[in-house]
Structure formats: structure tokens, C-alpha cells
Ligand binder design. Structure first.
Ligand code: ATP
Ligand code: MG
Length: 723
């Protein structure tokens, strides 16, 4: 232990050893905040002899939680019990699994993910609101987001319905009611519910709250700057008047305001915990001096912030590079070339992050890396668990464990010869007979619905046998394999030559095999399907953030997923206007400042070398315009980076920083060679009538009155004419 403490600087040491007052640590990126939490866990266990399981450490992403667990295991390997290190959501799920009854949850409740939510909302719209074309125009995601906000603000469907200012809002509120009713019928909750229900549990059941307060002797929160009100309430429930809380965060890294994170929570910490003390960490241990200089200088452009005084004793390092590329493909080729050089210099693939603002920015890199045999992993793209084939396989397990209607419907759809028409008939029949779909298929005698009944008979026998096999073997992999083969599902994959899908199923078998091996059943819970439920819950909690950073691969990920992580080499790509900052966030100061913090997070992931790239001139549907450098590049201090143009010996166009803004405004009033001007009304053969809102060299932006909205159009497009 002493060795661990010796590594710390004076402020870090204080942050670790002060345990009798609420403690807030505010510090910049790379200053050792997470290190403080990890060392403090060890200190509490080894020096203060606290039982590990009485320590709770909460962080934001599964990846960060996993990394924290690994680091604790490394410094104190022989623990009999483990400290509880998890995300807010996973911790809430743990609480609800123990006290589900008090708030009316079913024992085997499931957590649905966003794709389930989308499917449910879509069904509800079709069922109840098919006449409302306005509502149909709304994307399911927007509706889910709205419902999520109501939930987080603890507004019930009925309250939401009373408080509507438009009929559309009322329709969405009604949809919220139907959505809640439906979730109840399938014994499920969504991600927002996790926190809301724990809040309700603690709020309405003082004796249960007391139990959980006693459960933890010490509580720590990492990335506290991204906490929302509800999460802070939960923390307060656990720690108020107990002086057993340490929170760490960096207000300059608040990047989740769009999900309700409030930086005021960390700034006003002492208002809530009046005897709280604050510690500031000033030394950055992560990055070279030059990377740090650029980051600190850049974040100074934000007006709403407190200045920090950060220094590093690390070596000076190379100047960060800003590179101009002519196309998205050119950008990917540049990064590929650089990676090859870096490998020659002795770096490894795993030392490299490629960070972008939007997932949609990755395909060029995937393609270029593949062609150049650069091993890479994509984090946050289509993940394993989101693949159709995995969802279908899991639906078999869900059917077995919970018999929920959505799952069995998915199973029916996935087996040969059963289609929507049959499923619709089956559902009607189940409703007529007042039985569940599962009961109808497995237990009812009269299933002769049409000529496909043979296939239904097969699935009936598979499901009945599966229950028996599972009870005998208690092995999830075995029972799944049985169901997939016997139902004809695997045969169908083979038949359609979906080789890739088959290998995903094989990979799922591997995972289940591991789960089966490592699962320790809690003796009080020996209900037969408990283990499958645990597996499904764990799987649902694998949220969109980073998976394991595998040994020898370049990692492609969004800036948001990279939060808290670090790597020797960092490429920040696509630093383009309307991409980073995004198209929708370019308007308000508040949003621009959040985007600036996001770029600050990106830059501060780098330890040794930083490359920033942007594209100039190519037309992109994502930005709905010709790509132009991000205004953030103009804000970089020109003395703090080196510029690489498209050609050797290019002159830095940002050296005189007044250029960019002027250029854009010039562009806007310019007439193209074909003669279009801003405000011209044009007619397009497919998109209809529109108004030109911006004119560039090759393309212009046109706002169409049809549902296409704003679109980029080539100025030489033969299908347009001036009106
Ligand atoms: P972020 O804001 O990005 O989450 P952070 O403040 O949590 O950063 P850490 O990840 O804890 O910073 O630390 C950054 C790096 O500095 C890590 O590699 C860590 O091991 C190292 N580090 C932190 N403190 C010290 C120290 N006192 N001596 C040596 N290395 C340190
Ligand atoms: Mg950290």
C-alpha cells in the first residue's frame, strides 16, 4: 500500500486519505482523478480495513467500470469479496433485482434496449395512431427521447397528458401511456426506468433506503461532471450526513448535457454538502507539453468556465499536426499512411485511436484499413448484440425464460415458413381464447390454423423439450443449440448461405459457454430460469460504449465512447464544419460550448502524438454541403501546431485567422458559373420546388418544400431549372 501512496502527489494523497468529509475533486483531463479513485479503494480496504463489498464506485461507461475493476484487481489481487464497481444503470439494476417487489416489478423483469423500444413504439403507432400522419412523420427515436425526458423528470403519462400545449404533444403523451401499459404486460422496463424506479423505491420506502445506506461504507463517483439530477439524488440518498462520499470530475469535459447532465451539480457541490471540501489537481501525467498546450489554449475559447492552472512534467514532444485532405477517402488514406509510418517507428496497432464525432464517419476508415491489412476494431458500430442473428437467438432464450410475447413473435418470424399473416392469426386466436401467445403455441390443443401448422407443431415440441433439457442440464449453451437446430433456424441460415451469421452464432455459443462456467447462483434464488434471466439482463446492460480494447488492433470510436480513456497516438478525424461541431448544434452558444468540450475531450486522450484532419471541398450528405474546415481549427493557436496542406509546402490558411469566416460569407453570395444565386427559386425533377440557401463552387444547398428538406445539389445537375 505504501508504494501506491508514494506514487501520488500531495493533492492526490490528500484526496485518497481524507475519508471523514464529503470530498470533491475538480481537475483537468489526465490529472489522475481515476487513479485517485482506484488508489482510494485500495486504501479503504488495506489501511482502513473496510470490507470490499461495502465500497461502491460508480462510473459512466461499462468500459470504464471494467477497466477500474481490472486495475483494482491488479493492485489488490487476493480479495475474497469485490468492491461494487459499476455504471449507474448496472447498479440500479442490482438494486431492483433485490427489491423489485416493493415497486410492483415482476421478479423476472427484463430490461429492453433501444431497438426493442423502437419496435414497440412503431407497433403502437400503427395500432392506435395510424390516422395521425403528423405523428407518423416523427421518428420513433424522437418519441422515445421525449418519453425518456418525461420519465427522468418523474412526470407520469397522465401528468404528461394534462400538460400538453399541442394536439401532437398530446398524441405523444397518449403514446407514452400506451407504451407504459405495454411494458407492464411484457414485464419489462427500459433504461430510463432503472434510475427512476430506484429513486421511487428510496423515496417511498424509508426502511429499504436505510438498508441500502447501510450497505455501503464508502461511495465514489467518477466523471461526476456528467451526472444528472436523478443520479445525484440517488447519490444523496446513499450518502447524506454520512461523510462517506468522494466525487471526481472535470467541468471542461461535460459532454452529456443532451442527456440531462448538469455541470452545476459539480460546481455547486458544497451547497448540498455544506461541510464538503474541495481538492484541485493541477499536474497532468498523461500528455506531452505540446498536446497539453494546444488543449488548454483551445478550451479557453469557452466563456462559461473557470480557468485551471495545469502543467506537466512530461517531455515536450512533437507539435500536434493539422492536416487538410481533399476527400473522405483521402483522409482515410492519410491516416493509413501515417499508421504505417508509426508502426515502422516502433509503435503498435493497439497504441492508436481514431476518434470521430459521428459513427457515420467510420466507413472510409474501415474500408481503407481492410484494404491495407491494418487490423482494427470498431467500437459502437453494429455491435455483436445488435446483429439480427444474435437478437433472434436471444429471443429463443427469452421465450424460454419469460415467455414474453415479443420474444416468441420474433422466434416465430425467424423460423422457416411462418410469416406475418400466420402470426397475426395466432395473436387473434390467443386473444379470443384469453391465453398468452406462448400458452397458445405450447399448451393449447387446437392449433390447426392453416397449412403451416406442421411448423408450429415443430416449434411447440422444441419449446416443450427445451424446458425439460434446460432443467436437466442447467446449461444455457446446450439448450440454445438444441432450440436453434431443432426449430430449423440453423438450417435456414445454412440454406441462405449466411456464413457470417453462422459464425456469429458460434461466437455466441462461446460466450454462453463462458457464462455457464462463471455463473455463481445465489442460493436464495434457485428458480429454474434465474440463470437465463441473469444472462439476458447482463447482455442488455452492455450499452453502446466501448468493448474490450483488443490486443493488437487500431481502435475506431466516437469521442463520447473514448471518455476517460487514453492512448499514445490519437487521430481526430472529420474536424469539419457541420460535422464537428455538428449541423444541429451550430446555433446556440450553449451547444457550441458543449461541442468545444467534446473536442477538448478528444485532444486530451493523446499521450504522445496528436493528428487532426479535415476535408475541404468534397460534397457530403452528412453535412449537407461541401465540406469545409471546422471553425474550431480557426480557434487553434497557430503557434501550437504544424500544418500539412494537400501538397507539400502548403501554407497554413489559418495563419491569418480572419480568413475562414469571410470566405464562407463570400461563398454564400457568390454566383456559380452556371448562374445560381442565393435565394433563387428552382424546380428539381424529383425533389420539387426549392430555394437556394447557399452556393459553393460545385454544389449548392437547396431547401425543398417537399419532405426532402435541405439537400445538397450539384450546380450542373441537369434535372434542375430556375423558376
Ligand atoms: P480523465 O479526465 O481523462 O478521465 P483522469 O484525471 O481520470 O483523466 P487518469 O486516467 O487517472 O486521469 O490518469 C492519467 C494518466 O496519468 C494515467 O496513465 C495515470 O496512471 C497517470 N498518473 C496519474 N497520477 C499519476 C502519478 N501521481 N504518477 C504517475 N502517473 C500518474
Ligand atoms: Mg478519468
Amino acid at each position: 500500500m505504501n508504494n501506491l501512496l508514494l506514487e501520488l502527489n500531495e493533492q492526490q494523497l490528500a484526496a485518497v486519505t481524507i475519508t471523514d468529509k464529503p470530498l470533491r475533486i475538480v481537475a483537468g483531463a489526465g490529472s489522475g482523478k481515476t487513479k485517485v479513485i482506484i488508489t482510494k479503494i485500495a486504501y479503504l480496504i488495506q489501511e482502513l480495513e473496510m470490507a470490499p463489498y461495502k465500497i461502491l464506485a460508480v462510473t459512466f461507461t461499462n468500459k470504464a467500470a471494467r477497466e477500474m475493476r481490472d486495475r483494482v484487481n491488479k493492485i489488490i489481487p487476493d480479495l475474497i469479496t469485490n468492491p461494487h464497481i459499476s455504471t449507474f444503470h448496472a447498479w440500479c439494476s442490482r438494486v431492483l433485482r433485490e427489491d423489485y417487489e416493493l415497486i410492483g416489478l415482476a421478479k423476472n423483469f427484463l430490461i429492453i434496449d433501444q431497438s426493442d423500444q423502437i419496435a414497440i413504439v412503431r407497433n403502437l403507432i400503427n395500432e392506435h395512431f395510424s390516422h395521425l400522419t403528423e405523428l407518423k412523420k416523427y421518428t420513433e427515436k424522437k418519441i422515445i427521447y421525449r418519453i425518456g425526458n418525461w420519465k427522468n423528470d418523474l412526470i407520469s403519462p397522465l401528468e404528461a397528458m394534462e400538460d400538453c400545449y399541442s394536439w401532437l404533444e398530446r398524441a405523444i403523451a397518449t403514446l407514452y401511456l400506451k407504451y407504459e401499459e405495454y411494458l407492464k404486460t411484457i414485464h419489462s422496463i427500459d433504461f430510463n426506468d432503472l434510475q427512476v424506479l430506484v429513486f421511487k423505491l428510496f423515496n417511498e420506502h424509508p426502511e429499504t433506503l436505510e438498508k441500502w445506506r447501510n450497505r455501503y461504507d464508502y461511495v465514489m463517483v467518477d466523471e461526476f461532471q456528467d451526472t444528472n439530477d436523478l443520479q445525484f439524488d440517488l447519490i444523496k440518498f446513499l450518502t447524506r450526513d454520512k461523510n462517506n462520499l468522494t466525487v471526481v470530475g472535470d467541468p471542461d469535459q461535460t459532454i452529456y448535457s443532451w442527456r440531462g447532465a448538469k455541470v452545476d451539480i459539480i460546481l455547486n457541490f458544497n451547497k448540498t454538502f455544506s461541510n464538503g471540501i474541495s481538492i484541485v489537481l493541477n499536474e497532468n501525467y498523461r500528455s506531452t507539453q505540446k498536446i497539453l498546450d494546444l488543449a488548454n489554449d483551445f478550451i479557453n475559447n469557452n466563456k462559461n468556465r473557470e480557468e485551471k492552472d495545469i502543467f506537466t512534467n512530461n517531455e515536450s514532444g512533437d507539435l500536434p499536426t493539422v492536416k487538410e485532405c481533399q476527400s473522405r477517402n483521402d483522409e482515410a488514406r492519410y491516416v493509413t499512411l501515417k499508421i504505417k509510418e508509426l508502426i515502422k517507428e516502433g509503435y503498435e496497432y493497439k497504441d492508436i485511436f481514431v476518434l470521430y464525432r459521428l459513427n457515420a464517419w467510420s466507413p472510409e476508415f474501415e474500408k481503407e484499413f481492410q484494404n491495407n491489412k491494418i487490423p482494427f476494431q470498431l467500437i459502437g458500430g453494429i455491435r455483436f448484440k445488435d446483429r439480427k442473428v444474435i437478437k433472434e437467438a436471444n429471443a429463443f432464450l427469452r421465450t424460454l425464460a419469460t415467455q414474453d410475447e415479443q420474444a416468441i413473435e420474433r422466434v416465430l418470424k425467424s423460423i422457416p415458413k411462418v410469416g406475418d399473416v400466420t402470426i397475426k392469426k395466432l395473436k387473434e386466436k390467443a386473444q379470443d381464447m384469453h391465453v398468452s401467445l406462448y400458452d397458445l403455441i405450447v399448451n393449447e390443443d387446437e392449433l390447426h390454423i392453416n397449412q403451416v401448422s406442421k411448423h408450429l407443431t415443430t416449434i411447440r415440441s422444441v419449446l416443450s423439450k427445451a424446458v425439460y433439457i434446460y432443467n436437466e442440464s442447467k446449461n444455457i449453451r446446450v439448450v440454445l443449440q438444441f432450440m436453434l437446430v431443432e426449430s430449423g433456424y440453423i438450417q435456414k441460415l445454412i440454406h441462405t448461405e449466411k456464413k457470417e451469421d453462422i459464425s456469429y452464432i458460434e461466437s455466441l455459443y462461446d460466450q454462453l459457454e463462458n457464462f455457464d462456467k462463471s455463473y455463481q447462483s445465489d442460493e436464495s434464488e434457485n428458480e429454474t430460469t434465474e440463470k437465463i434471466i441473469s444472462y439476458l439482463q447482463e447482455e442488455a446492460l452492455l450499452n453502446s460504449d466501448a468493448d474490450d480494447i483488443e490486443a493488437q488492433k487500431v481502435t475506431l470510436l466516437t469521442v463520447h465512447a473514448a471518455k476517460g480513456l487514453e492512448n499514445k497516438i490519437v487521430f481526430v478525424v472529420g474536424l469539419n464544419q457541420d460535422i464537428f461541431p455538428g449541423r444541429l448544434s451550430s446555433n446556440s452558444l450553449r451547444e457550441i460550448e458543449e461541442e468545444r468540450r467534446t473536442l477538448y475531450v478528444a485532444i486530451t486522450r493523446a499521450e504522445e502524438k496528436l493528428f487532426v484532419t479535415y476535408i475541404k471541398g468534397e460534397f457530403s450528405f452528412i453535412s449537407q454541403a461541401e465540406l469545409a474546415p471546422s471553425k474550431f481549427i480557426k480557434e487553434f493557436n497557430q503557434d501550437l501546431y504544424q500544418f500539412e496542406g494537400r501538397y507539400q509546402k502548403s501554407i497554413n490558411p489559418f495563419a491569418n485567422t480572419s480568413h475562414i469566416g469571410e470566405k464562407t460569407s463570400q461563398n454564400q453570395s457568390k454566383t456559380t458559373s452556371v448562374g445560381y444565386m442565393k435565394n433563387d427559386v428552382i424546380e428539381h425533377m424529383i425533389f420539387g420546388e426549392g430555394v437556394v440557401i447557399e452556393v459553393n463552387e460545385q454544389t449548392m444547398k437547396v431547401a425543398f418544400s417537399s419532405c426532402y428538406g435541405i439537400m445538397p445539389i450539384s450546380v450542373t445537375d441537369p434535372t434542375i431549372s430556375k423558376k
